[in-house]
Structure formats: C-alpha cells, structure tokens
Design a protein around this ligand. Structure first.
Ligand code: FE2
Length: 189
C-alpha cells in the first residue's frame, strides 16, 4: 500500500492526520482503477470467438467510466493536499495484486476471469468505504457512487455467465485461469 506523509493542509473540517489516512486509502483505489481501465482495454483487444463483438463493444463504456472514476479519485487526493501517483511504475510498485493473466481467449473465458477482477475491486472499494466513512463522508460518497457503477458492470459480466437456474458457471474459482476454464466448460466451449 502507498504511504503518504501527513499533508501540509487538507480540506476544512478534517484534521491533516485524517487527511493523510484518506489519501492513503484513495492512493490504492486510484491504482486499482487505473489497473482496471487498462485490463478492460486488454480484454477489448484480446477477446476472440462467437461473442467477440458483444464483449468488445460492452467494454469500452466501462473503460470510459472507470477512467473518469480514476480522474475523480486523483483530484480528490489533490484536494485533500496529497499527491496522486498516476505513473505505471508507481502502480506496479504499490499494488498488492498480480497482473491480469489471460491473453488471447474467447469471450466467455475472459468474462469468467473478469468476474474475479471485479470481485477484487468491489470488495476493496467496500473496505475503503468502511474505513473513510468514519472520518470523511465526502470521500465515502465518492466511493459509494463508484461502487454502484462497478457492481453494475460486474452484473453485465455475470449475466453472460449465469445459467437459467441463476447460478454462475465459474462460482468458487480462485484464479483467473480457473474461472476462465470453468466458464468455458459450462457453456460448452
Ligand atoms: Fe477499440
């Protein structure tokens, strides 16, 4: 996780100590959002097979929205007196997760893996909401708004993987490759 020093100033009504804590939380969320926007483009470029165009075109509006989330998050860090780190090197050095691991693959395989990606970011965003909610409702509101969209995007992904009985083909998968494999098997590809 990124470590920041206590800022020289922060938003009125919040102590600089608490401002520093919020900046730390947001710095990791910024990395997660930048990582997600790049991963979504990677899938947009590498998806193949019968559902190519549906998935290829579904992902670009998600990229646009996630990039806007990253922008809002970075500017909130600045408003709080912090420094948003937007370079790839900082992202890789400070993130706690691995690179997305699926290359060229069919749509269902990518969606199985992407479901796990969304699970990771949604869980971490919820934990961030719980942490900053105690000290800054404005940052909490920003993250809640982002969560609503992220959860909707995960539903778009899961709708491709759900059977008529309402269960998800890749449920229980722990790795992206495992999720990709079980998603494909369940749909017979
Ligand atoms: Fe494109």
């Amino acid at each position: 996780m990124a470590t920041s020093t206590t800022p020289h100033y922060t938003v009125p009504g919040v102590s600089t100590h608490d401002g520093g804590r919020i900046i730390d939380v947001l710095s990791t969320r910024l990395h997660a959002l930048n990582d997600l926007s790049l991963t979504l483009k990677h899938i947009h470029w590498n998806v193949v097979g019968p559902h190519f165009i549906a998935v290829h075109e579904m992902l670009d509006p998600q990229v646009d929205r996630v990039r806007a989330m990253a922008d809002d998050t970075a500017e909130r860090i600045s408003a709080l007196g912090g420094v948003p780190h937007g370079t790839p090197g900082a992202l890789v050095a400070e993130r706690s997760w691995d690179d997305y691991s699926v290359g060229r693959a069919d749509a269902i395989a990518h969606l199985g893996a992407l479901d796990l990606v969304y699970t990771g970011i949604v869980e971490a965003h919820r934990a961030a909401v719980a942490e900053v909610g105690k000290i800054d409702p404005v940052t909490e509101d920003l993250l809640i708004e982002q969560l609503r969209a992220l959860e909707q995007f995960q539903w778009f992904v899961r709708a491709h993987l759900e059977n008529s009985g309402g269960s998800l083909s890749q449920a229980g998968a722990r790795t992206e490759h495992e999720a990709a494999r079980s998603a494909r098997q369940d749909t017979g590809r």
